[in-house]
Design a protein around this ligand. Structure first.
Ligand code: UT7
Length: 320
């Protein structure tokens, strides 16, 4: 059977680190409040001259090295982002160009914090339909550019970064790679998390506005719902899942999901303490860290889940 198999991962975090104490010098907040309510300790912030495509290219260069695959093999570039360099062309096209790739498809996926899940699910479908053979899928954000730095209810929560994976279509005798995915959206709820600008709306980029408590409540409910649905759809039990790799928005959301599933928190990857919420980059960056720390190993079943603006949400099961 034709499978979409993970060939490698690579990540990039900008060098500049902004701590909670740094933030507390410019706004009415504290390290204690941010840690207690979110689990976040610090976040990386892109340099002024660094764009989302630059972060994405750094992550891509690392995944090429890790996977032993060269850019010439890529015939699908997907960049999941809500902080594109430009309104057009897509950041994926810019990344493709910077990597010297001149064939196949390249386009962006905008599903906010669920962008990476949407993008790997789309790549999986295109690979299995033989529309492409080798996909570079990147979640990349300069989310710091979408923040109102005087708003303590949003600015401390987000960070910048990029994570990349290569998915390759391969014939296997048993199921491998992406085994099952479910994606959802409910556009009637867009107003609980959005930017107040856009090219058509007011010719500005805008900044993030969020009803934090409502997003928090829905995040737990919807990620749980996705995980439960996926387990049934894939006919697999939680005991067979080595790691849950959730979107990293708030440690309390992650802990609550683990608790409600009776899933050991020790088998949930957590990076929010050091990365904050990097939106579409959060899951691939967690995968990178999981491999680097030796927690993740090929052959394991891992379960991704996410929620983001839209609302968008979903889950995906992968045999690494
Ligand atoms: O990627 C998906 C998108 N994002 C999320 O999943 C985020 C979901 N939401 C959350 O993580 C949490 O709701 C927040 C971290 C955003 C807020 O935490 P909370 O425990 O729900 O706090 P709250 O909004 O209920 O606010 C409680 C108090 C308020 O003060 P008053 O009105 O009670 O006097 C806020 O003004 O905490 C205040 N507050 C802060 N205080 C110090 C809000 N932000 C801060 C802050 N520092 N940074």
């Amino acid at each position: 059977m034709l499978c979409s198999v993970l060939k490698g991962v690579g990540g990039y975090l900008p060098t500049s680190v902004l701590t909670n104490d740094d933030l507390s010098r410019t706004m009415d907040t504290s390290d204690t409040w941010i840690r207690r309510r979110t689990g976040i300790g610090e976040r990386h912030i892109a340099a002024p001259e660094e764009c989302t495509s630059d972060l994405a290219v750094y992550a891509a260069q690392r995944v090429f090295k890790a996977a032993g695959i060269s850019p010439e093999a890529i015939d699908l570039v997907l960049v999941a982002t809500v902080s594109p360099d430009r309104t057009f062309p897509s950041t994926a096209a810019l990344v493709q160009g910077k990597l010297g790739i001149t064939r196949g498809m390249a386009f962006d996926v905008n599903a906010a914090c669920s962008g990476f899940l949407y993008a790997i699910t789309l790549a999986d479908a295109l690979l299995k339909q033989r529309q492409a053979t080798c996909a570079l899928v990147i979640g990349a954000e300069t989310f710091s550019r979408l923040l109102d730095w005087s708003d303590r209810t949003t600015a401390p929560l987000f960070g910048d970064g990029a994570g990349a994976v290569i998915l390759k279509a391969e014939e296997h005798s048993a199921p491998a790679g992406i085994l099952s995915s479910c994606l959802y959206a409910d556009g009637s709820q867009w107003e609980i998390l959005y930017t107040d600008g856009g090219p058509s709306l007011n010719q500005r980029t805008g900044v993030t506005r969020m009803q934090g408590r409502e997003v928090f409540r829905q995040a737990i409910e919807k990620m749980l719902e996705s995980i439960r649905y996926l387990l049934v759809q894939a006919d697999i039990s939680l005991d067979e899942i080595a790691w849950i790799i959730p979107h990293q928005a708030n440690a309390r959301i992650i802990e609550s999901i683990a608790e409600r599933l009776s899933f050991p928190i020790e088998r949930v990857l957590v990076t929010v303490d050091r990365h904050a919420n990097t939106s579409a980059a959060s899951i691939p960056l967690a995968i990178v860290e999981g491999f680097e720390s030796g927690k993740l190993a090929f052959g394991q079943h891992v379960l991704y889940t996410s929620i983001g603006a839209g609302l968008t949400w979903g889950a995906s099961l992968m045999r690494l």
